[in-house]
Design a protein around this ligand. Structure first.
Ligand code: SF4
Ligand code: SF4
Length: 208
């Protein structure tokens, strides 16, 4: 009797929708806040958001970020702050994609895309440099030769940060509390973090 029940389960499953896909040709849609490959963001005017404060490196539990700040050049600043991220590296042989660096960053400079299919064949490629992490002139992540990007994976790279940073506290729901971003501008406030969301109020938007 037992094996008949086993066959019944097998035949029942034959008619159900598959839960698997033909990966990697087909990929499932990724969650908006998936933690993927990082990007270094710019403000809408093209200035870099990183101020070289090293908070991300200090909080990283995997010790995989290396940052060195430098005073902005007189008359030709790289960031709006006193300093900028002169050297910035992330070692993806160590990163566990916890996003604590994203939470710690005071300027929303470091965030994550939804790319996680990036395979390297040597150590140098695994250590991403500032030039590779910095978004391009349109505010989009650069596509490196060994990365397998699919549509949508390079969009909304600040999605996760916005919900979990202190500026995303439910007490501030409906208010813009993050800075403008090259390619996206100042994004609309999020709702849904508390049951009794206050009405949207964008009067204090654009805080840098
Ligand atoms: S995601 Fe986590 S492990 Fe990766 S660089 Fe950021 S803090 Fe470090
Ligand atoms: S990415 Fe953010 S936390 Fe890290 S050094 Fe730059 S400004 Fe500081």
């Amino acid at each position: 009797m037992g094996y008949l029940q086993g066959f019944a389960v097998t035949f029942k499953k034959l008619t159900e929708d598959r839960v698997t896909t033909e990966y990697p040709e087909q990929k499932r849609p990724k969650a908006d806040r998936l933690h993927g490959r990082h990007v270094l963001n710019r403000y809408e005017d093209g200035m870099e958001k990183c101020i070289g404060c090293e908070l991300c490196a200090g909080v990283c539990p995997a010790n995989c970020i290396y940052v060195r700040g430098k005073d902005n050049p007189d008359g030709d600043p790289v960031s709006p702050g006193e300093r900028y991220g002169f050297i910035y590296e992330i070692n993806y042989l160590r990163c566990i994609h916890c996003d604590m660096c994203v939470e710690a960053c005071p300027t929303e400079a470091i965030t994550e895309s939804k790319l996680f299919e990036f395979s390297f064949t040597n150590r140098a490629d695994a250590i991403y440099t500032k030039n590779e992490l910095l978004v391009d002139d349109d505010g989009m992540p650069q596509h490196l030769p060994w990365e397998d990007w699919r549509p949508g994976e390079d969009e909304m790279t600040s999605g996760w940060m916005r919900a979990t940073a202190s500026s995303g506290n439910a007490a501030y729901e409906g208010k813009v509390a993050w800075s403008g971003e090259l390619g996206y501008g100042v994004r609309a406030p999020e709702i849904g973090q508390s049951q009794d969301a206050p009405p949207a109020d964008t009067s204090d938007s654009g805080a840098h």
